[in-house]
Write a protein that binds this ligand. Structure first.
Ligand code: BES
Ligand code: ZN
Length: 616
């Protein structure tokens, strides 16, 4: 099976295709799925699984409703490390029979194709399966890793191509299906999905779900644990462990307002409810935009609402990503660049432009670092990527997020918000529940821009070229200017007023410290501002990186504790990378990691493994 040769010849096929398939016509090629949706396509997934905490596996049935070309001899699904136990097919009358199936050769990135023979009359495919200990999507947490310390947790992370490690499915972002599920769990726990969710536990430990809007497989999600619900508005709420529920609900109190502001700019919220679940600290990401139920790290719960921009980000995906979806992972910037743009517009509407400019400035600093990290691999700095033969996770960089953001900001600044805002709103409405390629977006953009504007922007250089074009907008943050002035005064021995600073001002302050800082100066800073003892992970991470760089050994114990309690990749990678720069640091990294690794999600420990092996 050669996925690289999947050339889609639309004209050739269209004469003999069923309506269902024509609707989903794919005029793009996805090198990260084995499936051939133009021949046979999953329309609905009905999942019936048991969550087995003893064996750390999911077991049960994936029942698929399919549409296919009448000439199609089989349907191809993606799997990775799944045990396929039995496969049956059924026609429209419910006549079931055992089906012949084969498993393709295993690929380390893509997994294994599951090729199931079908008949012209086949409408359903039933697959009995179990996951394995190697399921990249699954993290099984011990009670000690939770806030309450009493109950275990299971959480999934399907993006980018991990859905196939817990469900046999067509795992490409360009393929959408509706789903329903029956999930049975230990009676003390509740199950929640990226679907209509229960608000309380039930005595049987059996939960039913329905997701009636079609989604791609990377948005399939399940969390199981001791969670309780607290409403924020009639359509917004938060799930968290009982002992932190109130704190979480307070932190996220502005979420309904964010939905209202986003709707005013980009059109009606399409997913009915917007809930957030606050997961244990080993969740590998800041957030994940699972429809109806954003998964979020507890590292944003800092007490002053200063990190809720992450919620704005995941909420923004309800338009950019979940509604209009990147057709392939090569178009990932369409998901994330648009989402950072929408995130900052939501934050601007909520807190004013001075606030969102702080975020844009921190983003620009991150982008500068990414551009210098990639200076030997200029192709990785293109917005449109070519990830053939690579893991799509390689494309998850600040290029997609921040270069993408600045490209959209340049478009906004060029045509003006009077034209740009309606254009975006219309883009989301016209392409709702559809896939978008970079090329199709550029076609639409062409209709918006005058030839003169198009020339000034130089779209080709932005999208298909390396680095950052000269006409990139420059953010301007008055708040950060004040921080820089205050820092100068502080360094010359004056007292400074920092009471009104948010997390962002502190992070900027730390990032702007002079390069000749040493352990002695670090000690003075610590005495004045108590960074080592900070309970704010953004500040902790920025400070610990400096502590490692300038050998401020007093903070090393705190670094150890931090790396053993948090599993968010964004915080792990810079700290381990910093340690790996010196032999003593490398020894420290190995010692900390020996204990910490077991608590990390596969997605996080795979990245840290690479750093410690010197591959990053
Ligand atoms: N969808 C991403 C997370 C992701 C991307 C997971 C690709 C796996 C593969 C999510 O929306 C995200 O961008 N999270 C960021 C949030 C931040 C940019 C506000 C994170 O986790 O740091
Ligand atoms: Zn995102």
């Amino acid at each position: 099976m050669n996925v690289c040769l999947v050339a889609v010849m639309i004209l050739f096929f269209s004469a003999c295709k069923s309506d269902a398939i024509q609707e989903n016509e794919m005029s793009f090629q996805d090198v990260h799925t084995y499936s051939k949706p133009q021949e046979a396509l999953v329309k609905h997934l009905d999942l019936d699984i048991h969550v087995n905490f003893q064996e750390k596996i999911l077991e049960g049935w994936a029942n698929l409703t399919i549409a296919h070309d009448e000439k199609a001899k089989h349907i191809i699904l993606d799997t990775k490390h799944l045990a396929i136990l039995k496969v049956e097919i059924a026609d429209g009358e419910g006549n079931k029979s055992k089906a012949h199936f084969t498993l393709g050769k295993e690929d380390a990135i893509l997994g294994t194709a599951l090729i199931i023979d079908i008949l012209p009359s086949t409408q359903k495919v039933h697959i009995q399966y179990a996951t394995s200990s190697e399921a990249d999507a699954l993290q099984w947490l011990m009670p000690e890793q939770t806030a309450g310390k009493q109950y275990p947790v299971l959480l999934t992370q399907s993006q980018a191509i991990n859905a196939r490690t817990w469900v046999p499915i067509q795992d490409g972002p360009g393929i959408r299906f509706t789903y329903s599920a029956k999930v049975s769990v230990p009676k003390e726990l509740i199950a929640l999905m990226s679907a209509e969710n229960p608000s309380t536990k039930n005595a049987q430990g059996v939960y039913y779900f329905r997701m009636s809007q079609p989604i791609p497989a990377y948005l399939l999600a399940l969390a199981v644990g001791d969670y309780q619900f607290s409403p924020i508005s009639s359509r917004v709420g938060v799930y968290a462990e009982p002992i932190m529920l109130e704190k979480c609900a307070n932190e996220l109190a502005e979420t309904e307002k964010m939905v209202v502001l986003a709707e005013a700019m980009y059109g009606k919220y399409a997913w009915e409810r917007y809930d957030v679940i606050i997961l244990p600290p080993s969740f590998p990401f800041g957030g994940m935009e699972n429809p109806r139920l954003t998964f979020a790290t507890p590292t944003i719960i800092v007490g002053d609402k200063s990190l809720v921009t992450l919620i704005a980000h995941e909420l923004a995906h309800s338009w950019s990503g979940n509604l209009v979806t990147n057709a392939t992972w090569n178009d990932f910037w369409l998901n994330e660049g648009f989402t950072v743009y929408v995130e900052l517009r939501i934050m601007e509407a909520l807190k004013g432009p001075d606030y969102s400019e702080m975020l844009a400035t921190l983003n620009m600093q991150d982008l500068d670092i990414a551009l210098s990290d990639f200076k030997d691999v200029p192709d990785d700095t293109h917005l449109k990527l070519n990830l053939k033969g690579r893991n799509p996770d390689d494309g998850v960089t600040d290029i997609a997020y921040i270069k993408g953001y600045y490209f959209l900001r340049l478009l906004e600044e060029t045509v003006g918000r009077e034209k740009w805002d309606p254009f975006l709103k219309n883009y989301f409405a016209e392409n709702a529940f559809k896939s978008m390629t970079t090329e199709l977006f550029l076609e639409k953009l062409n209709k918006l821009l005058s030839p003169k504007q198009a020339e000034a922007i130089n779209i080709r250089e932005w999208v298909y070229g390396a680095g950052l074009p000269k006409n990139c907008p420059i953010p301007h943050s008055p708040n950060f200017e004040k921080v820089e002035i205050a820092q100068k005064s502080y360094l010359s021995g004056e007292k400074i007023a920092t009471e009104k600073w948010s997390t962002h001002e502190w992070v900027h302050f730390l990032r702007k410290l002079p390069k000749d800082t040493d352990a002695k100066k670090m000690a003075q800073l610590d005495a004045d501002f108590h960074f080592t003892q900070s309970q704010n992970p953004e500040i902790q991470c920025a400070w610990y990186e400096l502590a490692l760089r300038y050998k401020y050994t007093i903070a090393y114990n705190a670094v150890d504790v931090f790396l053993n309690s948090v599993g968010r990749r964004k915080f792990l990678l810079p700290l381990y990378k910093e340690m790996m720069k010196t032999p003593e640091g490398a020894a420290m990294a190995k010692r900390i990691y020996a204990k910490a690794r077991a608590g990390y999600h596969p997605i996080s420990y795979q990245s840290v493994d690479a750093i410690l092996a010197g591959k990053e």
